[in-house]
Design a protein around this ligand. Structure first.
Ligand code: SAM
Length: 325
């Protein structure tokens, strides 16, 4: 029998009830992030527990509740995002709200900027090389595409490297290589970027572009959990030898990466940490998932850390700059 239900219909009707705890947690994190996004601005996360989430959409004096159970037919957790977007889209239609456009979906980045102002910012300041644009667009087609930094943030990292006269850079979390390519292009010919990731599938996309851009020799990709790679660099005596470290990987690992990077960068060197505002969730008491808690704790810890000079920029999803004293 053919199954002509749409993905959201399959999603809610739920035929596969076998989702483990990790999947639940991951989906809960996604739900927190999504409910705060601009395209879902009328959506509010009302309740979340281990079995699912409840959103409510509001228009004038009407509201449309939306129950999203986790016992859904998901082959992989990353199907949750498009399914949830589709569900919210239907609830919006029931309320007579306009369809969200792709421009409304900013991947949780660009906090507080309207879509029009963000477009203006990009148009009047970003000089993104052609290969970077192509890599960004290829990555944006992927369901996980929201993980890559925006072009204004890539250009900002490149500027920081040039200001520092950076020759040696660490990246924790490389994904499809977009931030790595921005930084590698800003390094001198003999510069080196050690790129840490656990995914061969993601990073192989980046490697194609690094080759095409002629900077592959500057990028040393280490496919292993980053904590081990950083520990190995320290054991090899590379403490104090890096100009900048960019941290953009698993959020619960951030505190450990920060401590390791603080040893690995030179005095006057910089640690840049992405996603520190986490789509606004850090300031939302209802968000108590592990990632949000880890980011909150890290932000508080850095605020009190006398080993660094500190600035938290509302750039992208929140970017902390910590200069080692
Ligand atoms: C947010 S993405 C990085 C995005 C990238 N900086 C960019 O702008 O395109 C996070 C990456 O961290 C990687 N990751 C997750 N856990 C990791 C770990 N323990 N060690 C190293 N990388 C990890 C994931 O595979 C993913 O590619």
């Amino acid at each position: 029998m053919s199954d002509d239900r749409t993905l959201p219909e399959k999603f809610v009707s739920g035929v596969v009830a076998h989702i483990n705890e990790d999947h639940r947690r991951e989906m809960l994190d996604l739900a927190h992030g999504l409910a705060g996004q601009r395209w879902a601005r009328e959506a509010e996360l009302r309740h979340a527990d281990r079995d699912g989430i409840e959103l409510v959409l509001r228009a004038d004096d009407r509201e449309e509740p939306l129950r999203v159970p986790f016992d859904a037919p998901l082959d992989k957790p990353n199907q949750f995002r498009p399914a949830l977007i589709a569900l919210i889209g239907r609830a919006r239609a029931n309320l007579g709200l306009p369809e969200p456009t792709e421009e409304d979906d900013d991947g949780g980045r660009n906090l507080g900027l309207s879509a029009a102002l963000y477009r203006y910012l990009l148009a009047t300041s970003v000089r993104e090389p052609e290969l970077l644009r192509r890599l960004r667009e290829e990555t944006a087609q992927m369901e996980e595409g929201g993980m890559q930094i925006g072009p204004e943030q890539g250009q900002f990292l490149a500027l920081l490297l040039k200001l520092l006269g950076a020759r040696r850079v660490l990246e924790i979390g490389t994904f499809t290589g977009y931030s790595a390519l921005w930084m590698a292009l800003a390094l001198p010919e003999d510069g080196k970027l050690i790129a840490c990731d656990v995914s061969e599938a993601y990073t192989s996309i980046g490697q194609r572009y690094w080759q095409a851009a002629g900077v592959a020799a500057r990028i040393d990709l280490r496919l292993a959990p980053a904590a081990g790679t950083l520990a190995a660099l320290l054991a090899e005596g590379q403490a104090g030898s890096f100009d900048l470290a960019f941290i953009d990987a698993d959020k619960e690992g951030y505190a450990g990466y920060y401590e390791q990077c603080l040893q690995l960068v030179r005095p006057g060197g910089l640690i840049a940490i992405d996603n520190v505002l986490w789509g606004g969730a850090v300031a939302d008491d209802a968000a108590q998932d592990a990632d949000t808690q880890a980011l909150r704790a890290l932000n508080a810890r850095l605020h009190a850390d006398e080993r660094i000079d500190l600035s938290l920029l509302p750039l992208g999803d929140g970017l902390t700059l910590a200069r080692k004293r």
